[in-house]
Design a protein around this ligand. Structure first.
Ligand SMILES: Nc1ncnc2c1ncn2[C@@H]1O[C@H](COP(=O)(O)OP(=O)(O)OP(=O)(O)O)[C@@H](O)[C@H]1O
Ligand SMILES: [Mg+2]
Length: 251
């Protein structure tokens, strides 16, 4: 990991990423991906997805409810495995990886914001950030705490660090889920409706942080959103209907 990122306490801070990003990065590539749930009546979540999302892209996935947006994000985030087809991360076929390798990639490279947040209910907001940091390791606890505080402050959650998720408002929980996703400074941030429960002001804060992560940090951000005004502000919009990509437009 480049030194300037280690020093970066706040997501998208002034440090940026510079030349450290490397030259072999090719982003996330889906080739012929379908996901079918087996059963008496098999359910197709997504079908025939061919998609290449490069480093530094800011992508919005839109589509009607039930069109497969969350399912696609799970596949791109290596949280689910395709039934057919392959997902490549930075040129590596993830289908050939064992679970431990996938888990390490998810922990260190990918920050995932779930549609229904999934914060650990018995832990404080701060601990929800520290847990993935400690699991990854590599820096003293004080440094982790400092970084976690910086992320919480950037998301205007500094006053909520000691609370448990059930003591937060819906919007605060959603921002805490984004804060957790940023804990290990991932290259890829995949967020399922990250502004779904937020008022205009808080939606703008979250969007601006994601935008800054892309512009200053060369991170890749993929959001699922129903908010078309927000989708318009990303660089690329992918529209799903019935599990298929029906439109893929650059800004
Ligand atoms: N475990 C499951 N068993 C059966 N069907 C499922 C399951 N998970 C998802 N589906 C179905 O797969 C389809 C895609 O679901 P998905 O959650 O990806 O949609 P979505 O586009 O994220 O919808 P929303 O906007 O409501 O969040 C839906 O029709 C859904 O009912
Ligand atoms: Mg969904």
């Amino acid at each position: 990991m480049p030194a300037q990122r280690e020093a970066e306490a706040v997501p998208g801070g002034v440090a940026g990423r510079g030349a450290g990003a490397g030259t072999r990065d090719t982003g996330i590539v889906a080739r012929g991906v379908s996901r079918i749930l087996p059963g008496a009546v098999p359910v197709t979540l997504v079908r025939d997805i061919d998609l290449a999302i490069g480093k530094g892209e800011f992508v919005a996935i839109t589509g009607p409810s039930g069109s497969g947006k969350s399912s696609l994000l799970y596949l791109l985030g290596l949280l689910d495995l395709p039934t057919t087809g392959t997902i490549e991360l930075d040129g590596h076929d993830t289908g050939a990886m064992d679970e431990a390798t996938l888990a390490a990639l998810r922990l260190g490279r990918i920050g995932f914001v779930f549609q229904f947040h999934f914060l650990l209910p018995e832990f404080t907001v701060l601990d929800n950030l520290l847990i993935p940091m400690r699991r990854k390791g590599g820096q003293p606890l004080e440094r982790m705490r400092h970084r976690a505080s910086g992320i919480l402050a950037a998301l205007q959650l500094d006053g909520e660090a000691a609370k448990r998720p059930d003591q937060l408002s819906g919007g605060q929980r959603q921002r805490a889920a984004l804060a957790r996703a940023l804990a290990n400074d991932p290259d890829y941030i995949l967020a399922d409706e990250p502004t779904g429960n937020l008022d205009t002001q808080n939606a703008a804060i979250v969007f601006d942080i994601l935008d800054r992560l892309v512009r200053q940090g060369e991170r890749t951000v993929i959001i699922v959103t129903h908010d078309l005004a927000l989708a318009e502000r990303t660089h690329r919009r992918i529209h799903l209907v019935d599990g298929r990509i029906v439109a893929d437009r650059a800004a």
